[in-house]
Design a protein around this ligand. Sequence first.
Ligand code: AMP
Length: 403
Amino acid sequence: MRVLTINSGSSSVKYQFIDTDTKQSLCRGLVERIGISGTNLSHTRHDGVKTIISDNIVNHETAIEQILKILVHPQFGVISDLKEIDAVGHRLVHAGDKFKQSVLIDEEVREKLYECIEYAPLHNPPNIKGVEASLEKLPGISNVGVFDTTFHVNMPDYAYTYGIPYSYYKNHGIRRYGFHGSSHYYVAHRAAEILGKDIKSLKIITCHLGNGSSITAVKGGVSVDTSMGFTPLEGLLMGTRCGDIDPGVIFTIASRENFDIGQANAFFNKQCGIQGISGLTNDMREIEAEAENGNYQAQLALKVFSYRLKKYIASYMGVMNGADVIVFTGGIGENSDVVRSMSLSEMDNLGIKLDAKINKATRSSETIISADSSPVKVMVIPTNEELVIAMETQRVIMGENQD
Ligand code: AMP
């Protein structure tokens, strides 16, 4: 089956066209700065041929239109007719308590997707724009929604329940849901495959560290706890999100700044985290460079980021009575040897020992970076959320059961 995957964000749309039989990506690309000046579509075919299109892309609909055009482009495309697309798989962030699995998008599901907006008002609306544009531009082709929350649906109740009146869970669905599910799922399964072990026998801690970051405890293939919560604001320190915080800080800052709820939400999502502490940037590469140059706030941001990660890793070892594997993925996890070594320093009593040389040399490639003598294996595995979305899309369309 050939599946077009669409990951539609607030000002960007990422896509891949994947052959699920060979698990190969035939082409991939990104439309950036939608609705802002300087929008462009960068497209790369499997054979390395690249092109950039800077046509006027004013909204998500025109972005999808351009993506479909490039797929059938005589010079840069990979198919000659849009009918060669068997299905479209959409990354959808938050299912709330409405969907426990990936779904075929029919009229009823489409309506329910709008009901999910209240769970993630920043993330779900642009996802839905991608779905709407695809339904309109590709009539007759099946669309499947794959949720970030799905991998976490089997968390135990004591891991997802907040310390608030139970009626807010029962009546309003307020609980931990967790995100980045396709990424945690992919790297956990890939780790088991690389080690030649059955995932059911393993305790794995997966660290997805990017602009948004989350960490998951995967026991026997099941997500038993994860750091993001009701929204993607909880947990680790992130590019611009505060992560775990005393809720009292929110009341105090909102009161001092005269923020209404929307302003407070935007502040803690967009002006905090690494950006807020450093006062410079949310980009980890720049933070590392500035820290190296002696900038105190950049050094502090790096330390806070790594220290929080260390605390979560240790706590998930407590949750699972140890760990066999720790996996790093995402832009920071795959590339930053500095974050990896800072977060795992002085954890030899917990059985974690990095091979400093291999760690330093590892960028975005599947590599075991722990010392041979380390009881806990530490790995870098580049994530592949799109492949999970494509495989899920195929599974739903073929009516197969989840494993
Ligand atoms: P993502 O959201 O997964 O695309 O990750 C984006 C983050 O990865 C940004 O903070 C980047 O600065 C960071 N990143 C990418 N490459 C590197 C690198 N070589 N060293 C450190 N951080 C990096």
